[in-house]
Design a protein around this ligand. Structure first.
Ligand code: SF4
Length: 377
């Protein structure tokens, strides 16, 4: 059966990072957090029963925003209610996104006690100058202290870094990558800065981005990671061991189902009986959301949408794409995309291994991923 995971959006941040386009609010001190959590649980109940089948929740991901802003009582109330009231797989992966400045020993220990078994830590850079420029409220020493404390309780955790930030040079980026190696970080999510038009940084920095320097950062950083035993399993994800793959995100990239709960989040739910795929977009207006208007829109994906979204998600993963998987995850026949696949093979974006019936992205396909995706969208 198609796996299903649960994403919970906590849209609060201490301040707005100048490059960030995610939905987040900084006035959280004036917000009734308990009311938001109760709304989340009601929203979950609606989505959970909408799917109308007996599928268990396979993983929980609490993201944001900055979920580590919430106190332990809030997180414990949220998790206990989910686990008590909704069927969840045993020993499921539970990830929480956390900011360095929130991660004191008390919180780390209590996350561990609550059954959270994976932390995703937003570091962005180890370089104090860069941290100041992007207005993060911690420094290198704080990062080292937190990483030491986190590794005491958690085997499985991930660090987020960004390359291509304003005033960041190749040296600084490679130092960041070397710290990942030095601290033996189990999982790295390494993103290129992407500036959306609605961010402060877009107008100031977009026109000055030196894309060839950014490409160099990527290739040199990747080389260091590879030389030190990290393998890339997704466009932005690296680990030394399969054990540390992010199961929650893997489900998303494989095009599994996910219930996304909270202000501004998006669910993808397949009604198995009719094989129809729905997208449910949650209200971005916070007041409307906590007053029970959870859904902004709900719509059925067309066959064309499903094919396009499948390839956008699935080609992020650098594993062979088995023909049978297309059918399992979309419910559609491979015949529908045969001609598009042939064209992608002709253009040398994809290769087909007929003996094992799988496709994989060529180096050209990785480099021109957007052009490859255009063939399916
Ligand atoms: S902490 Fe994360 S979600 Fe919040 S503003 Fe910064 S980048 Fe955006």
């Amino acid at each position: 059966m198609l796996p299903i995971s649960l994403y919970i959006h906590i849209p609060f941040c201490i301040s707005k990072c100048p490059y960030c386009s995610f939905l987040s609010f900084t006035n959280y001190k004036y917000i009734d957090i308990n009311k938001y959590i109760i709304s989340i649980l009601k929203d979950l109940k609606r989505d959970f029963f909408f799917k109308s089948d007996s599928r268990y929740i396979n993983s929980i991901y609490i993201g944001g925003g900055t979920p580590s802003i919430l106190n332990i009582t809030n997180i414990s109330f949220l998790l206990e209610n989910i686990i008590l009231n909704f069927p969840c797989k045993k020993n499921l992966e539970i990830t929480l996104e956390a900011n360095i400045s929130d991660l004191n020993l008390f919180k780390i220990f209590n996350y561990y006690k609550l059954g959270i078994n994976r932390l995703s830590i937003g570091i962005q850079s180890f370089d104090d100058n860069i941290l100041k420029i992007i207005k993060r409220n911690y420094n290198f020493n704080d990062i080292v202290r937190v990483l030491n404390n986190v590794s005491y309780y958690f085997n499985n955790f991930s660090v987020d870094l960004i390359y291509g930030l304003p005033y960041q040079n190749i040296n600084s980026v490679l130092k960041d990558i070397n710290y990942i190696v030095k601290f033996n970080i189990p999982h790295l999510s390494w993103y290129e800065l992407s500036l959306e038009k609605n961010t402060k940084y877009y107008n100031i920095f977009y026109k000055n981005i030196n894309f060839s320097e950014v490409d160099k950062m990527y290739f040199l950083g990747k080389k260091i990671l590879k030389e030190n035993g990290y393998f890339q399993y997704e466009i932005s994800s690296y680990t030394k061991k399969k054990l540390f793959f992010c199961l929650h995100n893997m489900n998303y990239w494989y095009f599994g189902d996910y219930l996304s709960i909270g202000c501004g989040s998006h669910s993808k739910i397949t009604i198995l009986k009719s094989n129809s795929v729905y997208r449910i977009v949650k209200n971005r207006n916070f007041n409307s959301y906590i007053n029970g208007l959870y859904i902004e829109k709900k719509y059925l994906l067309s066959i064309e949408d499903i094919i396009c979204e499948y390839f956008i998600c699935r080609l992020r993963l650098l594993f062979p794409l088995y023909i049978r998987d297309f059918n399992i995850y979309t419910g559609l026949s491979f015949k529908l995309i045969q001609n598009k696949v042939k064209l992608a093979i002709k253009k040398k974006y994809l290769v087909y291994k007929s003996s094992q019936k799988f496709l994989y992205l060529t180096s050209k396909g990785k480099l021109f991923l957007n052009d490859c995706l255009k063939l399916f969208c």
